[in-house]
Structure formats: structure tokens, C-alpha cells
Design a binder for this molecule. Sequence first.
Ligand code: FES
Length: 147
Amino acid sequence: MYSEKVMDHFNNPRNVGEIENPSGVGTVGNAKCGDIMRMYLDIDENQVIKEAKFKTFGCGAAVATSSMATELVKGKTVQEALNVTNKAVMEALDGLPPVKVHCSLLAEEAIHAALWDYATKHNITIDGLEQPVNDIGEKEEAPQEVY
Ligand code: FES
């Protein structure tokens, strides 16, 4: 059901922990499943992400996607980090079962929340970054626009 890469990142998650005095930190949850994710970013003066760490009360898919997401954002600028979408993370993991796709959103949104915190503290704008929501379950329920 899970790819080898997912199992690897679940069994040996990378970048678990906290960063002391992070440049940005963000926490998001999904009230539907009760899972919570906190993401810490260390960003240098050139706006490059030097370190990314996460802590989660989340399911296995949330652990694996966050592990991969933190690996992917490291070395990227804050702007480039926006390209690390949940889709990109799932591709890097060779896919997730459809019922677990929402779990990958937790990592993406937590990174966005941490970037938002960084941008707010440093008074900068990251193009395309929207103010994060605390409960990403709300987003999933957002009505589809009808044209
Ligand atoms: Fe909640 Fe996976 S079931 S994040």
C-alpha cells in the first residue's frame, strides 16, 4: 500500500526535532483527524533555508511527508520553498494512497505557516504566500467555485 520511500521516511524520519530561536515557526492542525504539525525553519541573511525541523502528532503518512518536505526545502530560498507543494512531496515519495493525500497537506501548510512567521517578523513579502489557516480541515471543506 505504501511505497518503499514512504516506509523509509516513516521508519527513519529525517529532521525530527526543534530549532532553538528559529527564523520562522508554524503550527497547523487538521481538526478532522486531530493531527498537529509544527515546523521550524532556520533562514540565513540571503533568505536561504539552512535548516528545517518538524514535530508532529500525526499519522505515518504525515511523518513521511514532513520528513521528505523538510529535506526538499533545505538549501532553497524562501521563494523557491513555495514550490515544495504536497504534490511535489508526494511525487518525491513515489505516491501516497488516495485516502492519505490530505496528510501531505499538513506538511505543506506547516511550512507555509513557518514562512509566514518569518516574513512577518522580517517585514518581507513572499510572492504567492497566503496567510495560513490554523485548521487545514477547513480548507478541504471549502466549497468549489462554480463557473
Ligand atoms: Fe491526520 Fe494523516 S490522518 S494527518
